[in-house]
Design a binder for this molecule. Structure first.
Ligand code: CO
Length: 683
């Protein structure tokens, strides 16, 4: 084995003399994309990136990842920010450093394969707006899904980075599917496609240091373009994996500035700068400059996002990845989904079921969107299956996956499951084997037509084409046709201070000033709310005696061990199913109003049980109505899907419980619904 990659240490006086390294390690910074996506639910706002952007431009990063992944979704959905504008704004401050984006190949920045015309337009516009490096991956590592976007990246004169998603079925690299040969063969495919660099994308932080060494070593022998390693800190192995990769000759690694590093994010850059100082891989970065950037972030930016950080545990690593191989983001989705469905006690069942569902579905890598597809279907199986029937509630995405719409799975899908899933699937019962987008009709012209008079340019049309429901709502906010709700507005440092004071008060039991007044006797109409503040749980009684609601503080006890940590500092009233009619459902203002806005839009008129005779179709989980597939008066068969409900980013087809005619429809597209809401009545 040659030692051309060996890290050499030169003797020198580091304070005076720091020669440029022969083969400096290149570093891509992920703070502005994967960093806040991993730690702060992608809620980072452009205005908070500007404060350090010019300083970051001086560091000498190979590239700065600023876009892609979940940013496009989160920005238009939760932040009322135009995703395209972010690139243009940041470009004004980061003038020298190339911009990278994470592109989900034919999925672009969404959760399904889009038609070729949308994919071409999207990449072209991303390049025009300022993206230089297109880090491209496919959730199934089916590179036929690269065939449309890569030529556009090349035509625009941009850098095509081909990713191989790192996945495992065993505790370490190996086994029948994801072994060293698998990665070597994938790298050869990417080389053939003209990749300008090749990235091992370890989205779950699974890669063990010696496996990283082996892969990088093998890839360096077969490709001449730079090899890049992307790994998450989640399991605690990433820093070791990076160091071993450096010893194996990796060209580029991914890091974050320290305030955005570790936990489910990435290793921090600063320790690498110091570890490699004076070696032939010295980054050349100025540690003092990095320190100054981090100081500003700590002081002016991170306090606004702290409440989003899951820091309920002492440990900053998540050993579930080592035990269950559940990627961090997927785990938090599962926990949220179970919590919303009041079924957190089933988490261990979900862990047990997950490898089975994954195997049934072709041992897919677990990365967006396959991680959600497998995760949500697993939860559905655990909650809705019984001994007589498996896969009772199938998401539309699982149907698409079984049909072949995402591409070829690493191993074939269980034929029994596939048969059941594709029964009466709208595209047909026989799966396709061609490149998925070949069966997709062009979508761009229809999108243009749909938002005529609302969209001003192609960028607007693409927001709608990728996210029809939330995208259209965003365009209405953008052009002043609809008032954005208060929860999409940014937070100031003053807001943060006020919230912290309120939480401190709540924790001290002084949330509701009660001492001065004598409490009236409790009446029959007293309703009880559960209020969670961090790990503490309050039971609050609410009664309406002639006008304004009175909040009476009942008792407090610490949340029991089985109650999970609440991710946000939310004071969320949880309405019990027996609560009174919606008119009185306003959350008790002293408790909730100034901390977080009510979580769900209420839809007062329809929350009540419908009078119409017939069988109600109730929502099995909280979510958003994507569409009704039937109209009033239409007849339906038992089991035929009636409503498409989006929950956890998956579209669930809800089947009719009976055969009959649609009597009432209680919601419309875009409405948020709670678990148990009657969506329609079939009689
Ligand atoms: Co990542």
């Amino acid at each position: 084995m040659s030692d051309h990659n060996k890290v050499e240490i030169t003797k020198m006086d580091y304070s005076k003399d720091r020669p440029k390294a022969k083969n400096p390690l290149r570093v891509m910074d992920l703070s502005l994309r994967d960093g806040h996506q991993s730690l702060f639910a992608t809620r980072g706002r452009t205005e908070d990136m500007i404060s350090v952007a010019e300083m970051m431009d001086e560091v000498g990063f190979w590239a700065v990842e600023t876009w892609g992944g979940a940013t496009f979704d989160t920005m238009h959905r939760f932040l009322n920010e135009d995703p395209w504008q972010r690139i243009r704004t940041l470009k004004r401050y980061l003038k020298k450093t190339p911009f990278a984006m994470l592109l989900r190949a034919q999925n672009l920045v969404g959760y399904r394969n889009y038609a070729d015309d949308v994919a071409r337009a999207f990449v072209d516009r991303a390049a025009a707006n300022g993206i230089d490096v297109f880090r491209t991956f496919d959730a199934l590592n089916d590179f036929r899904n690269f065939e449309t976007v890569v030529p556009v990246i090349k035509e625009c004169g941009k850098h095509f980075q081909g990713c191989i998603c790192y996945s495992m079925t065993e505790p370490r690299m190996g086994g029948d599917v994801y072994n060293l040969d698998y990665y070597i063969n994938k790298a050869k495919e990417l080389k053939k496609m003209g990749a300008d660099s090749i990235c091992i994308k370890d989205m779950a932080g699974l890669i063990a240091p010696y496996d990283a060494y082996a892969i990088v070593r093998a890839l360096k022998d077969i490709v001449s373009v730079p090899v890049h390693l992307h790994s998450h800190f989640t399991s605690g192995m990433a820093c070791m994996a990076h160091l071993k990769a450096i010893e194996a000759g990796v060209d580029i690694i991914d890091t974050c500035l320290s305030p955005y590093a570790y936990r489910t994010s990435h290793p921090a850059v600063e320790p690498f700068v110091m570890a490699l100082l004076g070696t032939n891989r010295d980054t050349g970065f100025d540690i003092k400059l990095l320190g100054a950037i981090s100081e500003i972030l700590e002081r002016d930016v991170l306090p606004k996002y702290r409440h989003l950080l899951d820091d309920k545990k002492m440990s900053i690593i998540d050993i579930n990845v080592l035990l269950h191989q559940t990627p961090g983001g997927m785990l938090s989705n599962l926990v949220n989904q179970l919590r919303e469905m009041d079924a957190l006690d089933r988490l261990n069942d979900v862990y047990a079921e997950l490898p089975k569902v994954r195997k049934d579905l072709g041992q897919v890598p677990l990365v967006t969107p396959t991680s959600q597809i497998v995760g949500v279907q697993t939860v559905n199986n655990v909650l809705f299956d019984d001994e007589n029937e498996q896969y009772r509630m199938i998401t539309d995405q699982v149907k698409d996956l079984c049909y072949g719409l995402y591409g070829k799975t690493p191993v074939p899908i269980n034929p029994k499951v596939r048969g059941k899933v594709l029964k009466s699937y709208s595209r047909g019962e026989n799966p396709i084997t061609c490149r998925p987008a070949e069966v997709l009709e062009p979508e761009l012209e229809k999108a243009r037509e749909d938002v005529k008079g609302l969209a001003v340019d192609l960028d607007d049309v693409l927001i709608y084409a990728l996210y029809p429901v939330t995208g259209k709502r965003f365009l209405k906010w953008k052009y002043g046709k609809e008032e954005p709700p208060p929860e999409v507005k940014p937070k100031s440092l003053e807001d943060v201070k006020a919230e912290q004071e309120l939480i401190a008060k709540a924790l001290a039991g002084r949330l509701v000033e009660k001492a001065e007044k004598e409490a009236p006797p409790k009446g029959e109409n007293l309703r009880t709310f559960n209020v969670f503040v961090d790990d503490e749980y309050f039971e609050v009684g609410v009664e309406e005696p002639g006008g304004s609601p009175v909040v009476s503080y009942v008792r407090q006890r610490p949340a029991s061990a089985s109650v999970p940590a609440v991710p946000t500092a939310a004071l969320t009233p949880v309405l019990s199913p027996s609560t009174a009619p919606p008119a009185a459902l306003a959350p008790p203002r002293p408790a909730a109003a100034s901390v977080t806005p009510p979580v769900k839009e209420s839809a007062p008129a329809v929350r009540e049980k419908s009078d119409a005779d017939g069988a109600p179709l109730t929502s099995p989980m909280p979510g958003m109505i994507i569409s009704y597939q039937k109209h009033i008066g239409d007849s339906v068969k038992k089991g035929e899907s009636v409503v498409i409900l989006e929950a956890m980013k998956m579209e669930n087809a809800l089947p009719s419980p009976v055969a009959g005619t649609i009597k009432t429809i209680n919601f419309s597209t875009g409405d948020s619904v709670a678990k148990g809401d009657v969506l329609c009545v079939i009689g």
